[in-house]
Design a protein around this ligand. Structure first.
Ligand SMILES: [Zn+2]
Length: 407
């Protein structure tokens, strides 16, 4: 381990310029990038449950920061570091932010075309979803993937929550005491509800794959969203990943079903039209005890190759996403495929549905159900008390009668 410096991330928001110091692999690789305040902003959100506190940092990119709430923009939500031991994912987040802040540049990338694409996007990046779990890994528990109190944050969401396969391993997959029991999951759900992304990517490592829903069953969704997702993944795989990634549903391709995952929730409940899980690196030759090697590259060449390939893949995905929207917008496409709905109709229907399916109504309903349950319990309790009082009165008043009759 002597040549491996574990990574640390410290975000320091300031009024004019924020600087993010990052210690990456290798010895002399202290790395800084400047968050330009007109394009990038940082917010830190907190949540607490039974004394367990979680913090998540969200970096928002928008070319003109004042337009970050403009609902006509194409919205992308990216999460990294959901599993503590997958350190390389956070490195990719920082590389993407470094490119967005124009401190680093993608090789062979037309900057004018890239700027045109970026001008129409709002990107929210969560560089390290599982900060508490990451601290355990940095303290030497290199196989830890769960959060700071032993819950797998990618099993704590509500779609098919808590179902256990035959090979269920609590060390790996503990889903928590209930869906959204963990503050980290609650914070991510809130973020997805308020931001309403068009694209969600949950970034992991352990293998190289481009997954779409579903994780909890062996199928992909049907219809237009599935077609759009598949064509996007095929293009990304072909142009930047040398066609080496598996493409398909997580449940159908990874070899096991996963229940209560973030991507299934994003697609099914939050109604994110394009919801993915990317697995960006894995070493299948590593011993199962050598978690660092299983999930992270050890040498600087592989490290750079992973970050270069995958950052190019992400920017390709952004531009394909926009192209797909524009394509579906055009009447020509709509008339050629008159059975298909336009992206507007599709997204409107989809987004309206997600608003009614999720959001305030459900929360109000949840709250209502809680109140009804409480009232019902009180009602039961008072009924039992009344019945008890009534019975004791009857028995008192009938006792002389009964005794008179029997005597
Ligand atoms: Zn993972």
């Amino acid at each position: 381990m002597e040549n491996l410096m574990l990574l640390s991330l410290l975000l320091l928001p300031s009024i004019t310029i924020s600087i993010i110091p990052v210690v990456v692999y290798g010895k002399k690789s202290n790395h800084w990038f400047i968050v330009t305040p007109d394009k990038l902003s940082i917010e830190r959100v907190f949540s607490k449950n039974k004394g367990y506190e979680a913090e998540i940092t969200v970096v928002t990119y928008c070319q003109n920061r004042k337009e970050s709430d403009d609902r006509s923009k194409f919205r992308i939500l990216l999460s990294f570091g959901q599993h503590g031991r997958e350190l390389i994912t956070t490195e990719l987040a920082l590389r993407l932010l470094s490119i967005l802040s124009e401190e680093e540049f993608l090789p062979n990338m037309d900057r004018v075309a890239l700027n045109k694409t970026l001008n129409r996007l709002v990107i929210k990046v969560v560089p390290m979803e599982n900060w508490n779990g990451r601290k355990l890994v940095e303290a030497g528990e290199l196989c830890e993937r769960r959060n700071g109190r032993g819950v797998d944050l990618n099993r704590n969401w509500s779609v098919d929550w808590g179902k256990k396969e035959k090979d269920y391993d609590p060390y790996e997959e503990n889903p928590g005491s209930a869906p959204f029991s963990e503050p980290e999951t609650q914070l991510m759900r809130k973020l997805s509800v308020s931001f309403e992304p068009h694209v969600w990517v949950n970034v992991h490592s352990g293998m190289e794959a481009l997954f779409m829903p579903y994780d909890h069953k062996n199928t992909t969704p049907v219809g237009l969203p599935s077609k759009m997702m598949t064509s996007m993944l095929e293009a990304v795989n072909h142009f930047h990943l040398k066609d080496r990634c598996i493409i398909g549903s997580g449940g159908g391709s990874v070899g096991y079903l996963a229940h209560g995952t973030a991507t299934d929730y994003m697609y099914d409940i939050a109604r994110v039209p394009m919801a993915f899980t990317f697995e960006i690196y894995g070493d299948s030759t590593a011993s199962s005890k050598d978690c660092f090697k299983m999930f992270n590259p050890l040498d600087i060449t592989t490290f750079n190759r992973v970050l270069n390939d995958w950052s190019a893949a992400f920017f390709k995905m952004f531009s394909i996403g926009l192209e797909q929207m524009d394509e579906l917008h055009s009447k020509a496409v709509a008339s050629t495929f008159d059975k298909w709905v336009s992206i507007d109709d599709y997204l409107n229907g989809y987004l309206m549905e997600r608003k009614s399916r999720y959001g305030k109504k459900v929360e109000v309903l949840d709250l209502g159900m809680q109140e009804i349950r409480t009232y019902f319990r009180l009602f039961l309790l008072s009924s039992v008390l009344l019945l008890f009082m009534f019975c004791s009165r009857i028995s008192k008043s009938t006792r002389p009668l009964v005794s008179a009759m029997t005597s």
